[in-house]
Design a protein around this ligand. Structure first.
Ligand SMILES: [Zn+2]
Length: 268
C-alpha cells in the first residue's frame, strides 16, 4: 500500500542538522485515543509550535505529512537537544494515529520501510524509551517492525512509491546559519550569555551559530597571520642570534625542529 505524502506543512520548532547522526526511529501516538485526536489537530500542534514540540512525520492510514526533514532534529522525545540524546538528537520521530487500525499499521510500516531504504536498518523505539511518558500507549512496535521488513522484502527500495528523503525544503539550514552568524559578528545579537538565550528564543541552535561564527572569524584571520620563514630563522641561528643548546631550543619554541633541520642542511 502506498500513501499520500504531504509536504506543505512545516513545524515551527526544530534544530537544524544531524551532528550526532541518525540511529533509530521513535514511535509516538498523537494522544490518548479516548480524546479522539485528529490528523489535522496533530499537524496543527506542530505547525503552530503551541507546545514547543514537533515530529518528523504525522501518519495514519494512507496519509503521511513530513513536518521536519529527517536531516534536521525534531523536538519530540523530551530528552534534550545538542547533548547527544538518543531521541531528539539521533532519532527520526513518527507521530501515529492512536486508533491503531490495520490501515494505520500498514502505512506506518511502509514509511518505516522507506526510511530504512534511505537511512539504513534503523531499530524502532517507543517514545517512553527516551523519557518518562505514556507515549505511544499500546502501539505494537514488533508488529510495525515485522510489517516493515515484509514490505522491504516485497519491493526493492528503488520502486518505493514515496521516498521521504526526496522532500524539498525551501530554506536549507546552512544558509540560515551563515546569515545569523554574520549578524552575530556584526553585533546585532549582543554578547553572551544573553546572546545564546536570544538565539535560542528565536529558534536558532546557539551552539551551531557560535561554531559557525568561530569558523568565519578563523577563516578570515588565517591569511593575515605571517608564515614563519624557516630559512631566515636558520640563517639567524647560524649567525648566532639564537645562542646554543637549551637557549636556542627555548627561543625557537615549536619551530626548533624545523629550523635545526634547515641549519644542518645549510651547513651541509
Ligand atoms: Zn511521544
Amino acid at each position: 500500500m502506498t500513501y499520500q505524502y504531504l509536504t506543505q506543512y512545516d513545524a515551527a520548532c526544530y534544530t537544524p542538522g544531524r551532528p550526532y547522526g541518525i540511529d533509530s526511529i521513535t514511535i509516538h501516538w498523537w494522544d490518548d485515543p479516548a480524546k479522539h485526536p485528529t490528523f489535522d489537530g496533530a499537524v496543527n500542534t506542530f505547525v503552530t509550535g503551541a507546545r514547543q514540540t514537533s515530529a518528523h512525520y504525522v501518519a495514519e492510514a494512507g496519509k503521511v505529512a513530513c513536518l521536519v526533514d529527517p536531516d534536521n532534529r525534531a523536538w519530540a522525545c523530551g530528552d534534550g537537544v545538542d547533548v547527544g540524546s538518543g531521541g531528539n538528537d539521533k532519532s527520526i520521530s513518527i507521530e501515529c494515529n492512536p486508533r491503531q487500525s490495520d490501515g494505520d499499521y500498514d502505512t506506518i510500516a511502509q514509511l518505516i520501510a522507506d526510511l530504512r531504504a534511505t537511512y539504513g536498518d534503523l531499530p524502532l523505539y517507543p517514545h517512553r524509551h527516551w523519557s518518562s511518558t505514556g507515549c505511544p500507549g499500546t502501539y505494537d512496535l514488533n508488529r510495525l517492525d515485522r510489517l516493515a521488513r515484509a514490505k522491504r522484502g516485497q519491493k526493492p527500495a528503488a520502486s518505493a512509491p514515496a521516498r521521504p528523503a526526496a522532500k524539498p525544503k525551501p530554506a536549507p539550514a546552512r544558509k540560515d546559519l551563515d546569515a545569523v552568524a554574520r549578524e552575530v559578528i556584526a553585533g546585532q545579537w549582543g554578547n553572551n550569555p544573553q546572546r545564546a538565550e536570544k538565539l535560542r528564543a528565536a529558534g536558532y541552535d546557539a551552539n551551531a551559530v557560535q561554531a559557525r561564527v568561530n569558523q568565519m572569524l578563523g577563516a578570515t584571520a588565517a591569511p593575515s597571520r605571517p608564515a614563519v620563514d624557516i630559512d631566515a630563522l636558520a640563517r639567524a641561528v647560524i649567525r648566532g642570534d639564537y645562542g646554543n643548546g637549551d637557549e636556542r631550543r627555548r627561543r625557537l619554541g615549536s619551530n626548533y625542529d624545523a629550523v635545526q633541520r634547515r641549519v644542518n642542511q645549510m651547513l651541509g
